[in-house]
Design a protein around this ligand. Structure first.
Ligand SMILES: NC(=O)c1ccc[n+]([C@@H]2O[C@H](COP(=O)([O-])OP(=O)(O)OC[C@H]3O[C@@H](n4cnc5c(N)ncnc54)[C@H](O)[C@@H]3O)[C@@H](O)[C@H]2O)c1
Length: 396
């Protein structure tokens, strides 16, 4: 008998799981979403996206309760053919990957697993996790286990899922064949690897980006320490010089993935991933550098100074504040005794935020936390000190 659901996404209301479910629903599959977040279950059932993702509102309105179903119980596994796992894979307080949530999930799944199931791990994991998952599952059933990592960028997930090449791996030939058949629906190129190669490929992509951002940030700090305007140097380096085409602009390298995945690789390498670790020091250190620079511009001390942070999400145009360095900035500035007001027109979850004009008209000093487009033509008082590592405002 065919399954009630073609696909069940576990972690299905998260930033990866929900767009994935929407994209497969759009391909005509019956998709179930299971998530432990009760609030998000109600929001999505009510036809609303719990976070912004381009194109998602339209797809949700079209498919909600038709071929996209939020389910309340993990026993829905019994009614599904393919099980995607997209739960978070966070670090602990000592920057070690936390594997327990995944292991606990697999324990909870076990009573409902059948030999016929295809399990596709899509969370980003340390190398060896897919084989471990296959071994654990294999003690009870002969289900196929695959790892097909997600490489899309938040905000553009729906569009990118249907255009970016998909890395496919599996612990058995039939896992690979079945995962291929599923992603064939999206019409994207497929790149087949072994599970551990796929796990490395995904982590290398994020670590590479994190390291390149660190290089730009280190260059920025060196130049600025010398009293130079890095924007001018960057222009000189890159203008019509194709070898420097990929040089990124300096800026706060933050968010839920880049540092986390670089540290997953460091943990896997038993703490000897020097380049990744150095990148973390540089990228995280940029927040303290910006605060020191503002203090210097404000006469040496921030005690009692009226300071504003523009942009609290972790990247431009996003409402996501997870692991945003703007919050580290806020903590550091409070530690320096500054009086603070913060703003972000995209972020709805922080009751402390105030409108942009309230910050720009009030502040003596400003740090640009996120390069939102609205800050490009920023109108601020002439004597306001500005630190803008992104170079978006042309004011500091
Ligand atoms: N966000 C990105 O841009 C991105 C890109 C590529 C890969 N990834 C990876 O994808 C994974 C998920 O990331 P995310 O950004 O979607 O995280 P997220 O926190 O937005 O989503 C994870 C979801 O899993 C749910 N969840 C946790 N434990 C669960 C359980 N036991 N059963 C059911 N649901 C559970 C949470 O409630 C949450 O809704 C991570 O491994 C991440 O590194 C993320």
């Amino acid at each position: 008998m065919p399954s009630k659901y073609d696909v069940l996404v576990i972690g299905g209301l998260g930033h990866i799981g929900l767009p994935l479910g929407l994209v497969f629903a759009d391909q005509g599959l019956q998709v179930a979403l299971y998530d432990i977040n009760l609030e998000f279950r109600e929001i999505v059932r009510g036809g609303k996206m719990p976070f912004h993702e381009d194109g998602a509102d339209e797809l949700l309105a079209k498919y909600n309760a038709k071929n996209l179903h939020v389910v309340d119980d993990i026993s829905a596994i019994q009614d599904a053919e393919t099980l995607f796992i997209t739960i978070g894979t966070p670090l602990d307080g000592y920057l070690n990957p936390r594997i327990e949530p995944l292991l606990k999930l697999v324990d909870a799944m076990k009573p409902y697993l059948r030999d016929e199931h295809l399990i596709i791990l899509r969370s980003t994991v340390i190398p060896g996790t897919t084989d471990l998952l296959s071994d654990i599952v294999g003690k009870s059933v002969k289900a196929d286990v695959s790892f097909c990592p997600e490489r899309v960028v938040q905000g553009k997930m729906i569009q990118e899922m249907e255009t970016l090449p998909q890395i496919i791996s599996g612990c058995t030939a039939s896992a690979v064949k079945r995962a291929r058949a599923l992603f064939d629906l999206l019409g994207v190129q497929q790149i087949e690897t072994r599970p551990k190669e796929a796990e490395f490929a995904k982590l290398y992509c994020n670590a590479w980006r994190y390291i390149t951002f660190a290089a730009a940030n280190q260059f920025y700090m060196l130049a600025e320490q010398e009293g130079l305007d890095f924007g001018r140097i960057q222009h000189a380096m890159t203008h019509e010089y194709t070898r420097m085409r990929d040089f990124p602009s300096p800026g706060f390298a933050a968010g839920p993935c880049l540092m986390k995945d670089t540290m997953q690789l460091a943990a896997f390498a038993r703490r000897s991933f020097e380049m990744g670790q150095a990148a973390m020091f540089v990228n995280e250190g940029l927040a303290a550098f910006a605060v020191d620079k503002l203090a210097e511009k404000c006469g040496g001390s921030l005690v009692g100074k009226r300071v504003g942070i523009l942009g609290m999400s972790f990247k431009s145009g996003s409402d996501d504040i997870r692991d945003s360095l703007s919050y580290k900035l806020r903590k550091l500035l409070r530690g320096h005794g500054a009086d603070l007001r913060c703003t972000d027109e995209y972020v709805m979850v922080d009751p402390e935020l105030v409108p942009l004009e309230e910050v720009t008209q009030w502040a003596e000093g400003i740090i640009v936390g996120t390069p939102h487009p609205a800050y490009r033509d920023l109108k601020i008082q002439e004597n306001t000190a500005v630190v803008d590592v992104w170079g978006i405002t042309n004011k500091g």
